[in-house]
Design a protein around this ligand. Sequence first.
Ligand SMILES: Nc1ncnc2c1ncn2[C@@H]1O[C@H](COP(=O)(O)OP(=O)(O)OP(=O)(O)O)[C@@H](O)[C@H]1O
Ligand SMILES: [Mg+2]
Length: 215
Amino acid sequence: MQALRGVDIEIGAGETTLLVGPSGCGKTTLISVIAGILRRDEGECSVFGTDLTRLSERELTAWRGRNVGFVFQSFNLVPTLSVAHNVALPLLILGEGFASALRKADDLLARVGLEGRGDALPAKLSGGQQQRVAIARSVVHEPRLLVCDEPTSALDAESGQRVMQLLSEVARRPDRALLVVTHDSRILAFADLIVHMDDGRVHDAVRPKAVMEVA
Ligand SMILES: Nc1ncnc2c1ncn2[C@@H]1O[C@H](COP(=O)(O)OP(=O)(O)OP(=O)(O)O)[C@@H](O)[C@H]1O
Ligand SMILES: [Mg+2]
């Protein structure tokens, strides 16, 4: 079965791109290919000038570790590690010292409203709290490509706005990009580009701010 068919999108550096479409249309599959988590069967996938299809598994893993932050739809926290260790993990894998990695993890946990919860195991946290841990983990190593699958699905309005502000702040630099899958109309205001998908295809991409400026 083909989950994606003839998808052609370009994500701008320094921009926030939102990907929307019905359940099962291929959003998670598409962002997994762009982030180097899944391999595509055919076609090109180039990120910041690197053709991911030409990398070996080992090279792809190293590339991902350096360049990508990913918030999984189901969070994917490591259940046996504390919340702070989960957040610090991308830095520890990149070789950063333990004390400095944990300091950055604590700072980010405070940014997402989880100050003082660093020693807890993920299972002790609510769904929305776990989602905020996943968000802190995705930005801790300041990735060039930040990809988030429904990052506000378990969050109330205020936490959702706070999280989107953090994600935008990390991504809004000319050499970075933020790609967010969402059903949440409350975060549409953050978009530079909104890409609509259906049945494995991209059928529309609009620039809401450009439309507003012209109008
Ligand atoms: N691991 C898998 N193996 C085989 N097919 C899969 C796998 N994961 C997803 N699919 C199929 O690929 C299609 C696209 O799934 P995908 O998870 O990308 O959808 P989605 O747009 O993210 O949906 P949702 O909004 O529900 O998260 C679906 O038909 C799904 O059944
Ligand atoms: Mg999905």
